[in-house]
Design a protein around this ligand. Sequence first.
Ligand code: GDP
Length: 295
Amino acid sequence: MLENLGNRFQDIMKKVRGHGKLSESNIKEALREVRMSLLEADVNYKVVKEFVAKIQEKAIGAEVLTGINPGQQFIKIVNDELVELLGGTNSRLTKSAKNPTVVMLAGLQGAGKTTFAGKLAKYLKKQGEKPYLIGADIYRPAAMKQLEVLAQQVGVDVYFELGSNDAVGICERGLEKAKEAGATYLIIDTAGRLHIDEKLMEELKEVKKVVRPQEILLVVDAMIGQDAVNLAQSFNNALSIDGVVLTKFDGDTRGGAALSVKSVVGKPIKFVGTGEKIDDLELFHPERLASRILG
Ligand code: GDP
């Protein structure tokens, strides 16, 4: 994930460290390269512009130019800005005072919602929670079956109604079952489509009204690059999401989405999917990713 960007950044920082003293033109040169690398990694143009401007403003201050270890100081500034760009601190899942905490998943078809539902159930179970799954993807019957298999694998309960076309009803009845079962988390897998359309959004809004989720997580395929950010923006406008899950972060992705989501959409990335297996899930840690990028 983000290997290319990491390699580019590490080269730039090596060059910066190589200068005994840093002149204003050394910094400008390094920032030109930072800018190019970010654009190549598919980071949103405006985000790149602001990011570089902020670093320039801080770095052209006297300390970096005259300090004892100018290269190190420059790298620290880049690191701090990168962490900020990625969302600052890690954003955890909410836990509601009253059980179950309802987590509603949304996203396009193929983004990895069903897979993530299973991964999240396993993650929460490991934390000592009692997750419960609902399969409400009424357009892809295979999704309900897929969720059933995942639930068995994790060892949690699942509710779905094969053949039903009433997503809202499934959620209502599933919520009751989850309460009866004493679930602490309820994870709802909803339908996706190939493109955003009115009908999908209306259905998601209806589900939201009925289950009143504490968390709406938008599941997005990181491989779609810039589109991931536009998609998150549209879902956020329609549904007011609480966070983003970037899947397929293991792929040969340019990864710019990870660096653009927070500043464009204003919502944090909470998890990243790093493979097809049930354990391939990581909490999103801005600091860790920044240090991985900077080497
Ligand atoms: P849904 O339509 O949104 O429910 O998508 P699925 O959960 O069925 O996932 C679509 C495809 O993406 C499946 O082949 C999954 O195995 C795959 N997939 C999901 N998450 C990841 C991930 O984090 N990494 C990789 N490499 N593949 C993933």
